[in-house]
Each structure stands twice: as C-alpha cells, then as structure tokens.
Design a protein around this ligand. Structure first.
Ligand code: ZN
Length: 175
C-alpha cells in the first residue's frame, strides 16, 4: 500500500465504513472529494452535519424526522388504530410510495438476531408497547428471512395476549 497523506488516508478510512464499499471504492470516493472545488466539498460536509443535527427519531414511531413527532403520527387522515411494524426507516418510505396503506408505522431499528447477539431489548419494542392504547391491529412487515421471522414470532407472542390482532405481511404481500 503506497504512501497517502494522513488526511487522505483518514477520508479513505471513513468512506470504507459504508456497506459494500471496499478499500478500492473508498479510495475512489476520497479522490473524488479532493477533486471537488472547496465550496462543493464543504457543502457536502455540511449536508452530513445538517442531516445529523436536524434529523432524529420521532418520539412516537421512531422514524426519522425533523420534528418532535413526525407528519405520519400527527396525520389526521391516517388510521390510528393500525400500526405497521417495520425494520428500518427505509421500509416506511417504501410503504408510503405505494400510497395504499393509511395506518401508522413503528420502526424497530433492527431485528432480533441471536447469531449477531441482537436481542429484543436492543430494538424499539418498549416504545411500541407504550403506544398501544386505541390500537386494534399490529401488522408485522419484517422480511421473510430468519431474523424477520424470529422478530415477528416474538412480537406475536408479546402482543396477542394483550388482545391486539397481529397480522403478518412480507415484502408488502399478505401471507
Ligand atoms: Zn412518528
């Protein structure tokens, strides 16, 4: 590995943290940043800073928002008796794109994965339990893989005895 100036090496290291970006890709991205003019590069850095400063989790559904409570949770046209449980904020975007679902969401920020040492207590499940008043149905929309199924079964066991109807969809298709 050739000699790189320390700040360049640092940049390569940071880009290398992105999923699926190896050393080669990270190096290409770092050089791309250096080829920008200064204003463009600083805009890029500011965009990262601004996203991290302004965006946080909705106090209710845990989705990313600029507000304390997001527009979906406060939406008067939404059906507040149904909550769709998803793994991450990207899933909410995907569901919203279909424009067919009118209920609310809850973002777990992960899935139960014994292999990776991720237990239920590391997910946003207590936040879900805290908002079940007036909720009739919880739709679990995790992926149909091992972690998604384990999480769905866990939630079903937790919520069913509470008198909540628990249903399961995978990839937006009823199962
Ligand atoms: Zn929300």
């Amino acid at each position: 590995m050739g000699y790189n100036a320390a700040p360049l090496e640092k940049l390569i290291e940071e880009f290398g943290k992105f999923p699926g970006i190896g050393r080669k890709g990270a190096t290409r991205m770092a050089y791309q940043v250096l080829s920008m003019d200064k204003e463009e590069a600083l805009d890029f850095a500011r965009a990262i800073e601004e996203a991290h400063t302004k965006i946080h989790r909705c106090r209710v559904c845990q989705n990313f928002t600029e507000d304390e409570i997001c527009a979906i949770c406060t939406g008067e046209a939404r059906d507040h008796s149904v909550i769709c449980v998803v793994e991450n904020p990207r899933d909410v975007t995907a569901f919203e794109r279909t424009r067919e679902y009118r209920g609310l969401y809850h973002v777990l920020h992960g899935l139960i994965s014994p292999m990776d040492g991720v237990g239920a207590e590391q997910l946003c499940i207590k936040e879900l339990l805290a908002r079940l008043e007036g909720v009739d149905e919880v739709v679990i929309a995790t992926n149909p893989d091992v972690e998604g199924e384990a999480t769905a079964v866990y939630l079903w066991r937790l919520l069913s005895p509470m008198g909540i109807r628990v249903s399961r969809i995978a990839h937006g298709v009823p199962v």
